[in-house]
Design a protein around this ligand. Structure first.
Ligand code: ZN
Length: 144
């Protein structure tokens, strides 16, 4: 039986979860918060590093900023995708305005940029806003 390592979005504790239980709303063993909420997690540099260093579920990060029109347009689409892909992919957002050092570290030159990570390594990058259909297609390709 395979299992995944998940970081609690509330207390940052490490949790081992069997793959078979990913779709059953697993809770943090320490603080009982849902480990895989239906919305994207809010990242800063250290939180993102902790996810990348530990989590085994594929992670997709939306690098965005509050002043970016296309980012705001894509936000509801990205939020909905987090619900749809729950238990398969982890979705997160990083505000590049508030966390400029982290954005620079990942080489973000335009926003929105989506980066997909598997086992902490970048596997795909998409710059520019996607429609709901395009985003779904992009995410499903990662999940194969
Ligand atoms: Zn917790």
């Amino acid at each position: 039986m395979s299992e995944h390592m998940l970081i609690c979005p509330a207390c940052a504790a490490k949790n081992r979860v069997p793959s078979s239980r990913l779709q059953q709303a697993p809770l943090c063993g320490k603080c009982k918060v849902e480990l895989l909420p239906a919305e994207p997690l809010t990242m800063d540099g250290p939180r993102l590093d902790r996810l990348l260093a530990n989590e085994t579920l594929p992670l997709v990060v939306d690098f965005w900023a509050p002043w970016c029109g296309p980012c705001l347009q894509m936000a509801p689409v990205f939020n909905a995708a987090a619900g749809e892909m729950k238990g398969q992919l982890r979705l997160a957002k990083l505000d590049t305005e508030a966390h400029q050092a982290a954005a620079a570290r990942f080489g973000i030159r335009s926003i929105p940029t989506l980066i997909a990570f598997v086992q902490g390594k970048e596997v795909a990058r998409q710059s520019g806003a996607l429609s709901a259909g395009q985003l779904r297609q992009w995410l499903q390709a990662l999940n194969r």
